[in-house]
Design a protein around this ligand. Structure first.
Ligand SMILES: [Zn+2]
Length: 504
């Protein structure tokens, strides 16, 4: 049973955009619209529209690192045990999954300066001034800044970084409070919130704690061999010590396809070290040395300075509807990244939501540099788009088949200020949600009996009855359970649902 995917039923949370941690509801209305076509269509209603923070999520009680890797690559992120992705059509900000590699980084003057300053800062007091580069007169262009960083660390006795299990210590907590209070002006912190946010995870106890051998191997990443495979996968805290004082903690998840950055806290007394920039460079470097593939930086948000800096490290953004990464350089040429984008081959006759389920079986592809695909988000998800019409037609048929999806007649995707804030139904999420398996595809799967593939693999834990039972026959389940199964398949794909246990 260990490592089985154990999750709650998914829920959909809508709250005012003033709750958005990125824009705080303060950006110009024009930027809130996910598509240009919606802002034109709703021009006259502008003042009445209540923009929202719209998130889909579920609580994960158990998860393997392999499964989390897959979920990250379909746009999910975790905060403690909560897994979520935003509704890219309705949310006030567009959150794109971003990944990069050390080879894609272009060292700007700013990053070069940070490395130089860092190397100088961690130099032992008794070492004479020496030039950054070796004495063989390398020009700036040829300097390997990753190598410089590693060398600086190797030669330092006063500075060290140590990976360790992602567990609570008083020392880390004190640093967290200092960081939150000084950097984020957040004065409401508790040990409980620290644990929930930066220590808790849905991974098994063995995965979290690991073995000494695994940690030793990880901590010797500088000497890792080209063809070696890292044994240690799972969450980790990398603690930065200067003169034996903890000055920063990087919270990361080490996954089969790369290192995912979760959070980074640092001592404000060391703000001159640019530790945030350095930690990203270090993690990129570690990812490469450990032959791990990609460095996942979380979400990229074009119109949020706090998140837009990530593009400085190069890389790719995930087209969630196509399960494909696209180089940022290519996107910046012709796509407004404040808006929703999704690509489709120009040869397609009608632009509509693409089939996604089979693609979710494997890792995302990388867009071919010669691809003739173009951004079709407005044609698919705009007010004149095909997605809503097709999804409603599918919802009607599913409802006829006893799976209660509701047809939404309203052509507007946004809430209205005049609406009374009645309790919202957290179990119902929209018929059109970019990046979920489209409803017409779900209908097709139901009609072809494909959901029976889940029979005897998928389990339900009924909290009221206190028992666990398998789904023995999808066709014979109640309408409520059928809808729940369809919703989960929409979220993570049929293949990833096969051995799941759903808490109901
Ligand atoms: Zn926002």
């Amino acid at each position: 049973m260990t490592e089985r995917l154990i999750i709650s039923a998914p829920f959909y949370i809508r709250e005012s955009n003033t709750e958005c941690g990125y824009c705080h509801g303060k950006k110009p209305i024009e930027q809130d619209y996910s598509l240009q076509s919606w802002s034109q269509f709703l021009q006259e209603d502008g003042d009445n529209i209540a923009f929202e923070n719209a998130t889909l999520g579920f609580q994960a009680e158990s998860l393997s690192v392999e499964m989390y890797d897959k979920l990250c690559n379909i746009g999910f992120r975790r905060s403690g045990k909560f897994l979520y992705k935003t509704d890219m059509l309705r949310n006030c900000c567009r959150l794109y999954t971003i990944r990069t590699t050390s080879k894609q980084v272009r060292f700007s003057k700013e990053l070069k300066t940070s490395v130089k300053r860092y190397k100088k800062s961690i130099r032992d007091d008794d070492v004479q001034d020496q030039k950054l580069s070796n004495s063989n007169n390398t020009t700036n262009r040829e300097v390997d800044y990753f190598k410089e960083m590693i060398e600086g660390e190797r030669n330092s006795n006063c500075f060290k970084c140590v990976f360790e299990p992602a567990v609570f210590t008083k020392e880390k907590y004190d640093l967290f409070v200092k960081y939150q209070e000084n950097v984020h002006k957040d004065h409401i912190n508790s040990e409980k919130s620290f644990k929930r946010f930066l220590c808790d995870s849905p991974f098994s106890e063995e995965t979290i704690i690991g073995t000494q051998e695994e940690w030793d191997e990880l901590n010797n990443w500088k000497d890792f061999k080209k063809n070696d495979r890292l044994k240690r996968l799972g969450p980790a805290h990398e603690c930065y010590y200067y003169k034996n004082n903890l000055i920063a903690v990087a919270v990361v998840d080490i996954l089969p396809s790369g290192i995912s950055s979760v959070y980074f806290i640092w001592d404000p007394d060391y703000h001159k070290w640019s530790l945030g920039k350095l930690s990203a460079l270090r993690e990129l470097c570690i990812t490469e040395r450990l032959n791990l593939g990609y460095y996942y930086m979380g979400y990229y948000i074009e119109d949020c300075p706090k998140m837009a800096y990530k593009a400085k490290y190069g890389g790719e953004l995930l087209d969630i509807c196509r399960h494909e990464y696209i180089p940022i350089e290519k996107l910046k040429e012709n796509v407004n990244l404040e808006k929703l984008f999704t690509f489709q081959n120009e040869s397609s006759e009608v632009f509509s939501e693409q089939h996604l389920n089979d693609k979710l079986k494997g890792p995302p592809t990388l867009m071919d540099s010669k691809s003739n695909a173009r951004n079709t988000a407005d044609s698919v998800y705009g007010p004149e788009g095909t997605a809503v019409i097709n999804a409603n037609a599918a919802a009607r048929k599913l409802s006829d088949l006893g799976i209660p999806y509701e047809v939404t007649q309203d052509r507007s995707i946004y809430g209205n200020h005049s609406e009374t804030s009645t309790a919202k139904d957290y179990r119902n999420f929209p018929n059109v949600f970019p990046g979920l398996v489209p409803l017409p595809e779900i209908l097709e799967m139901v009609e072809k009996g494909k959901l029976n593939m889940l029979n005897y693999g998928l389990l339900f834990y009924d909290t009221k009855l206190g028992n666990i039972r398998p789904m023995s026959n999808f066709e014979k389940e109640s309408s409520h359970i059928k809808k729940l199964v369809c919703d989960i398949v929409r979220c993570i794909g049929l293949h990833n649902t096969i051995d799941a246990l759903i808490i109901i």
